[in-house]
Design a binder for this molecule. Structure first.
Ligand SMILES: [Zn+2]
Length: 105
């Protein structure tokens, strides 16, 4: 089952992180790591994120790695290289985890 995340759901109107439950906080750390890696390597078709599948929630035993792709404007798709876990992240551009260097473009 795909995990669809809109980054804005974790932020207030000023872009600051809302108070999160422990579980939501784990997911949030997982997706922000993906955003950082993808935005740093935005020219690459497939980014190998330095992240284990089992870090997205408690009780997961899969130790696959996460691959991610910027599939469309403001939309990242990620998947585990072992299990069926996958998801999308939207509305991440211009967030504090967006590492794109705008002085070059
Ligand atoms: Zn997995």
């Amino acid at each position: 089952m795909a995990l669809k995340v809109d980054l804005r759901n974790f932020l207030d109107e000023k872009g600051n992180v809302l108070a999160l439950t422990e579980q939501a906080s784990k997911v949030f750390q997982f997706i922000t790591k993906i955003i950082s890696s993808v935005s740093e390597n935005i020219e690459q078709p497939l980014i190998d994120v330095d992240l284990k599948c089992n870090t997205r929630a408690d009780g997961l035993s899969c130790d696959g790695s996460i691959d991610a792709t910027n599939i469309a404007f403001d939309m990242i798709e990620w998947h585990c290289d072992i299990c069926e876990a996958s998801g999308t992240i939207s509305n991440w551009q211009a967030s504090m985890w967006d590492k794109q260097d705008r002085t070059i473009h």
